[in-house]
Design a protein around this ligand. Structure first.
Ligand SMILES: C[S@@+](CC[C@H](N)C(=O)[O-])C[C@H]1O[C@@H](n2cnc3c(N)ncnc32)[C@H](O)[C@@H]1O
Length: 336
């Protein structure tokens, strides 16, 4: 998984910013929800129009420092909530003209290089991985979960082919002492000897652990459902993904809400079921050559956008059922 790169604390690089602004057209006014506020890259751009309001959401309390500064500058037009975006439905938005809800998934570079968070094997921090408002850390998962659960996590969230061997070695080593980041990387390197040299051997296991610890699948699914509900007519749901699993889920949700399913002739009442959404474009938008040059980690970014056609706030979706196996794997964390 790649992160949105934020070069340093003063100069940060919001991925696909120009493309997002041209899609959401903030010059026409309205309320926007920035579900992944981060360092406020999108929010700041939207607030340039004095007719706009932004509700910023982020689970990481580090975002509060930047959010407070923006709140001070725009007290009537910006509020920040330290919240998981899966809880978007708890916000009172009845009277808001919500024209856009934005998700820029992944992590900021500030988070990636934070040793306390230990999100990356490149920065040998603690084996933690909590972005904020979590129930358990990666260290607890690695040292306490049973082998079968760990294999599922590595296989389904990281597509790690050597899951079984890696887990066998984790179970053996953790009998002697608690496993930390350098130790986990060593176990993976030992287990995957001679494998693919293109990516670091720990890449897939670390991606899987980040997804599991932060419940990224459930967060994304519930976040999208609430976002699609709160939008007004012509409102836009814009999502930037950074790995194939996220993109598969977003693509499915957008397609399923914007297409007529083949309907059984034995269910005539369903024929008139309304399609409430349409796709902004079929293919995802990807970074330009210039952006790739300036910010190489943006290379895995894919932007998809859904448009709401009516002021209707409830709709049916089968997405929870479609991805129930992945949600069940995340629920294994309840045992910790
Ligand atoms: C890639 S950064 C966003 C960067 C932002 N667009 C900017 O320009 O500064 C992703 C942010 O989303 C936050 N985040 C990730 N998952 C979240 C969730 N489920 N609920 C709330 N915030 C989340 C992370 O803490 C991180 O700050």
């Amino acid at each position: 998984m790649e992160a949105t790169i934020v070069q340093d604390k003063t100069k940060h690089y919001p991925v696909l910013l120009k493309e997002i602004i041209s899609i959401i057209t903030p010059q026409y006014g309205g309320t926007f929800i920035d579900c992944t506020f981060g360092q406020g890259g999108y929010t700041r751009e939207i607030l340039k129009n004095k007719d706009n309001k932004v509700i910023g959401i982020d689970r990481d309390t580090e975002s509060l420092i930047i959010a407070k500064k923006i709140e001070k500058k725009f007290p009537d037009r910006f509020i920040f909530k330290n919240l998981n975006f899966s809880k978007l439905g708890n916000l009172k938005l009845k009277n808001e003209n919500v024209r856009g809800v934005l998700f820029d998934l992944g992590y900021s570079f500030t988070q990636i290089k934070d040793l306390k968070k230990g999100l990356s094997f490149n920065f040998r921090g603690s084996l933690d991985m909590r972005m904020g408002l979590n129930e358990f850390s990666a260290k607890e998962a690695i040292n306490k979960l049973d082998g079968k659960s760990l294999i599922k996590i590595f296989k389904f969230f990281g597509e790690e082919r050597d899951s079984k061997l890696i887990v066998k070695n984790i179970l053996k080593d953790r009998l002697l002492k608690e496993i930390d980041t350098p130790h986990l990387v060593k176990i993976i390197e030992k287990s995957k000897k001679g494998n693919n040299k293109k990516i670091h051997p720990a890449t897939k296991v670390f991606q899987a652990l980040r997804i599991f610890v932060n419940r990224e699948i459930s967060e994304l699914i519930y976040g999208m459902i609430h976002a699609a509900r709160v939008l007004k007519k012509d409102g836009l749901l814009v999502i930037v993904t950074f790995n194939s699993l996220e993109d598969k889920i977003v693509k499915y949700f957008f397609r399923s809400l914007s297409e007529h399913k083949s309907i059984s002739r034995y269910q005539p009442d369903k024929i008139h079921e309304e399609i409430l959404f349409k796709l902004h474009q079929k293919k995802p938008i990807v970074p330009s050559t210039l952006e790739l040059k300036e910010n190489p980690p943006s290379r895995s970014a894919k932007l998809r956008c859904l448009i709401k056609k009516e002021n209707i706030y409830d709709f049916k979706t089968d997405i929870l059922d479609k991805f129930k196996d992945l949600i069940e794997i995340e629920n294994l964390g309840h045992n910790l």
